[in-house]
Structures are given as C-alpha cells and as structure tokens.
Design a protein around this ligand. Structure first.
Ligand SMILES: NC(=O)c1ccc[n+]([C@@H]2O[C@H](COP(=O)([O-])OP(=O)(O)OC[C@H]3O[C@@H](n4cnc5c(N)ncnc54)[C@H](O)[C@@H]3O)[C@@H](O)[C@H]2O)c1
Length: 328
C-alpha cells in the first residue's frame, strides 16, 4: 500500500533529498515550505507543494486535515548558528513555536509518527569525541537550543499522546544527489564544501580558514561530513524503526576531516588549486566534532558515501552542472 508523508522544508537541501528517497520507494509526498531558503525547482513537478509558513496554523491544519498521513518529516526552520547568536529570540521563537504547533497539529490529526531534523549543535563543546547520544546536552547557541526544545516537546508528545518520534542529530550534511538532480544551494552559503568549491571556481573570494592552531593533526578544525543521500536513507530507516519505539540517533560518518583535508579533497576532485588563506579562529568553534553513530549503524544504517572524495565528487558535479544553483 502506498504510504503518504508530509515533508516540511522539502524544498530545502536535506528535505529535497528525502523527498527523492521517499518517491524512489513508491511513497506519496506533500511538501510544506515557505520557500524562504528552499527552491521550487527542488520539488518535483508532480509533488504537491504547499507554499506557506509553519506559523500559519490554518495552513498547517488544512494540509494535515487533507490526510491521512503516515508520518511527518520536519526539516523546516532557521538553520544558521551565527545568525542565531545575533537574533536569539527570532530563532527561539520561530523554530520552537512553529515546532510545538506542528507537533500539536500532528497529535490532533492523528499522525502516528514524526521525524525531526535535529543537530549536533545540541552538544556545544563536547566533553568527549566521538559524541554519543548520551553525551551532555549543552547547546552553545540559540539554534541548537531551539532544536533541543523541539526534542523535549516530542518526548512529552510521545509520553502523553503516543506520537512516536525520531530525533536525528546530524553533523555536517554534505554532497549532492548522485544522479545530479538535487544539490546544495543556500544563500548565503555557510557550509564548508560548497564554499571551497565556489572559491575554486572563482565564484567567490579565496576561502578563509578560521584558525590553524587547534589541537588537531594539522591545526584546522575537524568535522564529520555525512552524505545527504545517506542522511535520507537514515530517515527512512528511523521511520521504520519507530514501529518498535522512539528513536534518538546521532548521524555522522564516524570519521572526522579537517578543513585542510577538505581543501585537498576538492583539489583532487577538481584537479585545480583551492585559493585560501588563514584567518583568526571564530569564537565558540570546537576543535573536533565527530559523531558516534553506533546506534544508527546497529539499526542497519549503512552509509554509502563514506569517503570524503566521494562526497566532494557529488557536490562538485552538482555545482559544475548548476553554476547558478536552482536559479540557473
Ligand atoms: N545542512 C546541515 O548540515 C544540517 C545539519 C544539522 C541539522 N540540519 C537541520 O536540517 C534541516 C534542513 O537543513 P537544510 O540545510 O536542508 O536547510 P534549508 O534551509 O536548505 O532547508 C530548510 C527548508 O525549510 C523551509 N522553511 C524554513 N522555515 C520555514 C517555515 N517557518 N515554514 C515553512 N518552511 C520553512 C525553507 O524554505 C527551506 O526549504 C534544518 O532543520 C536544519 O536545522 C541541517
């Protein structure tokens, strides 16, 4: 039987890759997105796109009322750590208020399962790396805290109303659809791999590498890059695992890569030099953020794009073919 899902933020980077994965297995999808950072062209023409803001409760109710839905995947929200330090209340208000209202609407419309895009930003400056799900939660910014508040909302919705939920804490989503249909097009872009690629293509000034004196092998920050298609697979798996109970997974590649390693990977894939220079550290940047994704792996998650070069290759192919992103 065809299953039917609502994907908030399905016109965005990670959400659009999940929409593709759901459709590849024959599921029906409705996308709810205000197109603030998402792109109409990222949503297939035959998928219903509701262009509305989650703060428009009537639109959320009307969409869910047009169910039934087997589940909701919630990607929509404000996503910039730095911006959240400048506009804390906007982040707390927008992300938390819309998240709570969406969870409430799901309960009222009897949606049985909910999958949340959470974040590694919950962990702030971690005591231990790799970071396990049980690690101390101490968000270092309002963005991370807003996700934690939605996680807490889901905990109570599960206990009180029986809404099953999966909280998927991603580390750094990276790469692009291997078939070249979808990719990353944030404006402005803040993620390292597209920034390195655009610097290499001469589409932006030389890359600034923040800090060269961290306690890492080459002195630059180490992060965990997980392919966006592997993330989409993890969402499908987490949804299925909800049959057994609630899910909390940290999702990463398990292997960290430094900024200089990313630069070298782009140089290998592009066959060109990456222009960059060192700049002072950014306050609040931990030296190393790497996930212990053992829980998801034990549940059967098998990332297909482990190697950094494979991740970069898909991102490079997307950018070469779509120099203007979805705008071209
Ligand atoms: N990209 C990453 O590396 C990463 C890492 C950890 C967590 N996440 C989380 O994953 C989710 C998706 O991230 P992304 O990189 O795809 O971001 P994105 O900006 O590409 O996608 C977000 C989508 O949500 C839509 N949206 C935002 N606010 C909305 C609102 N109030 N109502 C309706 N639609 C709204 C945007 O238009 C966009 O299409 C986010 O919740 C983010 O916090 C992303």
């Amino acid at each position: 039987m065809t299953r039917r899902f609502l994907v908030t933020g399905g016109a965005g980077y990670v959400g659009s890759h999940l929409v593709a994965a759901l459709r590849a297995r024959g599921d029906a999808v409705v996308v709810f997105d205000n197109l603030r950072t998402g792109h109409r062209a990222a949503v297939p023409a035959d998928v219903r796109l509701v262009v509305a803001d989650l703060a428009d409760h009537a639109a959320v109710d009307a969409t869910l009322g047009d169910g039934p839905f087997d589940g909701v995947f919630h990607f929509a929200g404000l996503t910039q750590v730095g911006e959240s330090m400048r506009e804390p209340y906007r982040y707390l208000y927008d992300n938390v208020a819309t998240g709570i209202a969406l969870v409430d609407a799901c309960v009222r419309h009897k949606v049985p399962r909910f999958v949340l895009s959470s974040t590694a930003a919950l962990f702030g400056m971690p005591d231990e790396v790799p970071i396990r799900e049980e690690a101390r939660i101490e968000p270092g910014n309002p963005y991370g805290d807003s996700k934690w508040m939605i996680e807490r909302t889901l905990l109570w919705a599960s206990r009180i109303h029986g809404l099953r939920s999966a909280c998927l804490r991603y580390f750094n989503a990276a790469g692009a659809d291997p078939d070249g249909r979808l990719g990353e097009d944030h404006r402005p872009e803040s993620h390292l791999i597209p920034l390195v690629i655009d610097a290499t293509l001469g589409r932006r000034p030389p890359l600034e590498v923040y800090g060269d004196d961290y306690a890492t092998p080459d002195g630059t920050c180490v992060r965990d890059y997980v392919h966006v298609t592997d993330l989409a697979d993890a969402h499908l798996l987490a949804f299925d695992r909800l049959a057994e109970g609630d899910v909390v997974w940290n999702l990463g590649n398990g292997a960290g890569h430094s900024v200089l390693e990313v630069i070298q990977a782009v140089e290998r894939v592009a066959g060109a030099k990456v222009p960059y220079r060192f700049a002072p550290r950014r306050p609040g940047d931990p030296a190393v953020l790497v996930a212990a994704a053992d829980r998801a792996r034990a549940a059967g998650w098998r990332p297909r794009f482990h190697a950094l070069d494979d991740i970069v290759r898909t991102a490079w192919a997307w950018r070469e073919a779509h120099p203007e992103g979805y705008g071209g």
